[in-house]
Ligand binder design. Structure first.
Ligand code: SF4
Ligand code: SF4
Length: 384
């Protein structure tokens, strides 16, 4: 190995120190949603009066274009509920001022994808659609996403296929109840010429209350790992399962926590958080309405600067698997009340469950367990 190779920082090291622009920016357009999924990471349901206007949202897109953000993930709530949804995504993907368009991938429950909207989406470039589905049948899916949501999602898939959209994504949150259905999800995706995306259930938003019942068992964690290893690049996972790398070879995908380094969230009212799963004051970096906008927050906020510093391995330092699993997901630890420099609650060698048992054994720790910043659920009081 040459000296110059030795001196070059690895890709992970470079990503950990942050990039000039996020490579995985999620923008939740609204807290409004026609559904009320029990694991919703943003506790969506009702629109917030403070949501960005069309003009403000376009200003943010101009800024992202100037920063050369390559693509954005749009979500919600249900983003298609916004009346200016098509106006905004068309604005994003259209080249302007000598700069390329911004690719858009948006997540939807499918309620508003009828035949006409499917054709409109299929006619656009730089656009990808992810339909959420958490069960291979109505019973499994609707128990989590609500009555009628399975049918709604399948109808949207049928419309996209009929409109020749191409390989859209089917996005599945892995739960205790659907892990036995992994092969069937893959068969379903293949039948549409779609791509399967499997994501991890985090205890964020309403998921804080349902995680205990829904998160996969230790045996299922192993099942997910070996199932994914056998599928290679065929199944997308983002940064969902790098905590499972402690079991052996690394899975494809982003094998580190990118929060504030390559990942961040802009929420519907313009607040910027380190990642979509940490909507809490502790991970709030600023608001796009402030002077300097998003670029200042991304490049100079105290929070993001500190997240780009080397992090302590803490209680995981003595674990032989630390380099592979990096101690797991910050959001999963935070919302289960575990220390950020300790093991992930789903640590595959069991250290997370031990830490959780200690935490739940101490009443004060349960009371102090962090709660999401705001609740936009339909039963909740409207946020002013
Ligand atoms: S906190 Fe978890 S979900 Fe958020 S970027 Fe890090 S690993 Fe991903
Ligand atoms: S103890 Fe920490 S580093 Fe080791 S496998 Fe568990 S979470 Fe990963």
């Amino acid at each position: 190995m040459s000296v110059s190779t030795l001196q070059k920082p690895s890709l992970v090291t470079r990503l950990k120190s942050g990039l000039g622009a996020p490579i995985c920016l999620t923008w939740e357009l609204t807290y409004a949603c026609n559904l009320q999924c029990v694991h919703c990471l943003s506790s969506s349901g009702q629109r917030d009066e403070r949501e960005l206007t069309t003009v403000e949202a376009k200003r943010v897109l101009d800024e992202l274009r100037a920063m050369q953000v390559f693509y954005i993930n749009i979500g919600g709530g249900e983003p298609m509920i916004r009346r200016d949804f098509f106006e905004l995504i068309e604005y994003a993907v259209t080249p302007a001022n000598g700069a390329d368009g911004i690719g858009v991938k948006f997540s939807t429950n499918g309620a508003f994808i009828d035949a006409a909207n499917a054709r409109r989406l299929a006619a656009m470039n730089y656009l990808d659609v992810q339909i959420s589905l958490d069960g291979i049948d109505a019973a499994t899916n609707d128990a989590v996403r609500g009555a009628g949501s399975y049918k709604m999602a399948r109808r949207a898939m049928d419309h996209l296929a009929a409109a020749d959209f191409g390989p859209f994504k089917i996005s599945v949150v892995a739960t205790r109840h659907n892990v036995p259905q992994l092969d069937q999800f893959k068969t379903l995706a293949d039948s549409y010429g779609a791509q399967l995306r499997l994501t991890r259930l985090r205890p964020s938003g309403r998921g804080a209350d349902t995680w205990g019942d829904l998160h996969p068992t230790q045996a299922q964690q192993r099942e997910i790992y070996y199932w994914l290893i056998n599928r290679g690049e065929e199944v997308l996972t983002g940064d969902s399962f790098f905590h499972l790398n402690a079991l052996g070879d690394p899975l494809p995908g982003l094998n580190m926590c990118g929060a504030g380094r390559v990942v961040c969230l802009i929420d519907p009212i313009g607040d910027v958080y380190a990642c979509p799963f940490v909507i809490h004051d502790e991970f709030h970096a600023g608001n796009v309405r402030e002077a300097g906008g998003f670029a200042r927050i991304w490049r100079h906020s105290d929070l993001f600067t500190s997240l780009r510093e080397p992090q302590s391995a803490g209680a995981c330092a003595s674990c032989g698997a630390f380099d592979a699993c990096q101690g797991g997901c910050m959001a999963a630890k935070f919302f289960t009340g575990l220390p950020l420099d300790g093991p992930d609650p789903e640590c595959v060698i069991g250290n997370g469950s031990t830490a959780l048992a200690v935490a739940v054994g101490v009443p004060v720790a349960v009371e102090l367990k962090p709660r999401p910043a705001a609740d936009h659920s339909k039963h909740a009081r409207r946020v002013q």
